[in-house]
Design a protein around this ligand. Structure first.
Ligand code: GLC
Length: 801
């Protein structure tokens, strides 16, 4: 296998001297003496695409990852031929291409700082066994460089000094060192000298990334086939790198329905119907908010997809309706394996239409999953995806299921050593026929895509909700995801925290873990700490295998139930804040979670931090990851922050001890923030909201905050029926000004805001609303700097004595 130092000499392996150059609008092509061609596409001023061919010609350009909505266009594009190199200049980057060997170096166009430089650069090895090449790129690792991204890897947040593989793998009870696991997201971010760039290696074959592991000064990536085809994405802000990567591979096609951001309860499996009802009614009885209940594989007849076990669920439509009347949305699992059973209609249809994957020599791909021997749809064929989408009609339109959970789509196969299809299985790959070597990593994505389209159609005019286990770059356009079969240990709580942060940096923010752990049984304390972290994960679901006992919030002792209730309530209170952050993610790709390095890359103290992160833009959290803790040390980033519990203000830029007994977790609010807060409800839209609270955290200086709202479901927001409020806070030693800017046509149910002001350094002497002096007595205060104001105010001006 090709690695950094050990290149097996098999003839032609490196590009030689450039002999020809061609420019075609934004595509610059360079041809070397030995038929190597490099195509550089200027996608945007800060995004360059590099494609290499070893035969002088390129194959058809096709990618599942890149969205057709990706932005294109640049302000400047110049190319100059120098003695030793060609130089491409955009308004953001300067890229030199060495005439001798096609080696590339990239500089910041403003200050000419070196950002990235090829070591050997592109090289390859012919694959004797499969044909084509093993393609490789090696670059210099810069002094003090850190690396982030790569999807669901369970290791340290900073990937430096490590090597990883991308090959979607079913990984029951994986650990910190297990690699690869479920997802393949070949995108990383490099950060050095305060500047960040990203590389997206859009190649679906088994791929590898070595971050200065084998050689301290070299970072390289390679794949077992396909093209050397990567995008270089410049920041210099990490946030801009992530937004650009998300722009390329796609933002979620729509906002999720708001209920999907509520709390979800799951187990393998809740059955029969009476058990499901017992769980849902206990949530209501104990007043623990919950929006979704899951049906795992046992709801089916012998694990046949799109069937129901009528002994357990005699009338699914009635049950789903009764659950819906009680505020519960039903989510059902659907796996890819279709049971080989000649009396089963899905199997019959698939067989009749030749929709199942075949081995190289013609037989069907047969493998064991839950139902026993199965055949597997080839989701890489558009016709098969259409068929699959259509299968959801009854489940969604008739029965009323609101969400679908796609599992085992790596694809997982049981009782075989490689846990998946053999390499020779054939796939259509949207008209680019190939073997499983190329299609493996995108198989789960294409299944989730077909499921998403089915739901979108059959739940219209509502928004679809899908969750997938496997994913390739771009899957975030269609579905949410979770981190697979983890374990009920403290180490796994650490892993869950890392994975969900890393997914957010990898363009895939709508993610969460199996809270409490899938395998084994958590203690009440571990469960409580995991719920606390889950409140701040975009996808908030308890799930467990059920082999070792129950994992409902009341399965431990009463204290646990009470604390867990309090934290789930906090999630529901923060829903307008999370929904606004989600809108920012859908609108321009802003990650929902910001690891400290992403929040403040200029502060090198943040580069190796793992635990703390910013939820949205203004709430800093740090989970407690150890038993018996009464608090913990954490790094509070620069700036001033309010302790959420005590409202005490702290100055960041240092590590500090923060109290957090079992009923608390370290939560801080950025000074100047205005946080919208809902009243506690048992499920989303249980009651109309007639007053929204704005928690205001005084700052001397300025800070902007936003509040997005709409109908919480449906597509009217796309037609302008949304409400976006921007609050500009300005604090001075004896005054506080809040200006509001309103946008959009949606009329919110509430008419007033309750302003709760924290940290005001003066006693209020006068209040003016839209320049009208309001007699202090006429303001509804509760003695704690709280007041009710009309939601359409333009300016609230509070003057001190
Ligand atoms: C897999 C999934 C898990 C699910 C189980 C049964 O292990 O990862 O979430 O409960 O299969 O469907």
């Amino acid at each position: 296998m090709i690695i950094n130092t050990d290149l097996e000499q098999k003839g032609n392996q490196f590009p030689r001297q450039i002999i020809k150059y061609k420019k075609d609008v934004d595509v610059l092509s360079f041809f070397a003496e030995n038929d190597v061609a490099l195509q550089v596409t200027v996608v945007r001023d800060s995004v360059l695409r590099f494609r290499y061919a070893t035969t002088g010609t390129f194959d058809k350009d096709f990618s599942y990852a890149i969205t057709k909505y990706a932005s294109r266009g640049y302000n400047k594009l110049e190319i100059v031929e120098h003695e030793n190199a060609y130089q491409i200049t955009t308004s953001k980057l300067i890229c030199n291409i060495n005439k001798d060997d096609l080696r590339v170096s990239i500089f910041d166009a403003q200050d000419k700082a070196l950002i990235s430089q090829d070591e050997i650069g592109f090289h390859w090895e012919e694959s004797y066994e499969h044909g084509g090449n093993i393609v490789k790129m090696s670059k210099m690792s810069n002094e003090g460089e850190s690396y982030y991204g790569l999807g669901d890897k369970s290791d340290h947040l900073n990937l430096k000094g490590k090597r990883f593989q991308n090959w979607a793998t079913d990984s029951y009870a994986y650990g910190k060192e297990t690699d690869p696991i479920y997802k393949a997201i070949p995108f990383f971010i490099g950060l050095h000298h305060k500047k960040a760039y990203g590389i997206f290696f859009d190649n679906s074959f088994r791929s590898f990334f070595d971050f200065a592991q084998e050689k301290r000064n070299v970072t390289s990536f390679w794949a077992h086939g396909g093209e050397m085809n990567y995008y270089f994405i410049y920041g210099p802000e990490m946030n801009d790198v992530i937004e650009s990567y998300t722009d390329l591979t796609g933002k979620p096609h729509s906002l999720p329905p708001l209920w999907a951001l509520g709390f979800h309860q799951c187990k393998w499996s809740y059955y029969p119907e009476s058990k499901v009802k017992e769980v849902t009614s206990t949530f209501r009885k104990l007043k623990i908010p919950c929006d979704a209940i899951y049906l795992d594989i046992d709801y089916m007849e012998g694990f046949r997809c799109f069937t129901w076990n009528k002994d357990y669920f005699p009338d699914p439509k009635r049950m789903v309706k009764e659950l819906a009347d009680d505020g519960f949305k039903t989510v059902a699992i659907i796996d890819p394996g279709i049971k080989v059973d000649k009396d089963y209609w899905v199997f019959q249809e698939g067989l009749k239409n030749d929709y199942f994957c075949r081995r190289a020599d013609g037989p069907y791909m047969k493998g064991k999953v839950w139902p026993g021997e199965c055949y597997f749809p080839d989701y890489t064929k558009p016709e098969v995806r259409d068929w699959w989408s259509g299968l959801f009609k009854e489940l969604i339109e008739e029965i009323g299921v609101k969400g679908v959970w796609n599992d085992m789509n790596e694809p997982a196969v049981m009782e075989v050593p490689n846990k998946t299809f053999p390499d020779d299985v054939r796939h259509d790959y949207d008209g680019n026929p190939c073997s499983h070597r190329k299609a493996h990593n995108i198989y789960g994505m294409q299944m989730a895509r077909a499921t998403y389209h089915g739901l979108k159609k059959f739940c219209y005019p509502k928004r679809p909700f899908v969750i997938t286990r496997s994913a390739y770059s771009g899957t975030q356009r269609y579905t949410s995801t979770w981190t697979g079969d983890n374990v009920a240990t403290w180490e796994h709580l650490w892993i869950a925290n890392i994975q969900v942060q890393r997914m957010a940096m990898s363009g895939y923010s709508f993610a969460g873990s199996d809270i409490g752990g899938f395998a084994e049984q958590p203690s009440g304390e571990l469960f409580t700490r995991w719920i606390q972290l889950g409140v701040f994960h975009p996808f908030f679901r308890v799930h467990s295998s059920g082999d070792h006992g129950s994992q409902e919030p009341w399965s431990f002792d009463e204290d646990v139930t009470d604390i867990v209730r309090k934290f789930i309530e906090l999630r529901y209170q923060l829903l307008p804040y999370l929904y606004t952050a989600f809108w920012n993610y859908v609108d321009h790709g802003a990650p929902l979670l910001k690891s400290l390095v992403l929040y403040d890359q200029a502060d090198s103290q943040t580069h190796y931090r793992t635990d703390e992160f910013v939820f949205g833009e203004q709430i800093l959290v740090c989970p407690i990851l150890e038993p018996n803790a009464k608090g913990r040390r954490m790094y509070v980033p620069k700036g001033k922050w309010y302790n959420y519990w005590t409202k005490e203000r702290v100055k960041g830029g240092k590590e500090m001890w923060v109290e957090a007994d079992i009923d608390r977790m370290p939560i801080f609010i950025k000074e100047g923030a205005i946080i919208p807060v809902y009243p506690v409800m048992q499920y989303v839209d249980e009651k109309p909201i007639d007053e929204l609270t704005l928690s205001i955290f005084y700052k001397e200086g300025r800070e902007d905050s936003q509040l997005f709202d709409d109908a919480h479901d449906g597509y009217d927001y796309i037609k302008g029926r949304y409400s976006l409020r921007t609050f500009k806070l300005t604090g001075r030693p004896n005054e506080l000004i809040i200006q509001q800017h309103k946008e959009g046509k949606y009329i919110t149910t509430y008419e007033t805001f309750m302003l709760n002001i924290h940290g005001l350094p003066f006693k209020i002497k006068e209040i003016q609303i839209d320049n009208m002096k309001i007699p202090l007595e006429s303001i509804k205060t509760n003695g704690k700097n709280s007041m009710v104001v009309d939601k359409n105010f333009n300016e609230v001006h509070i003057i001190g004595e």
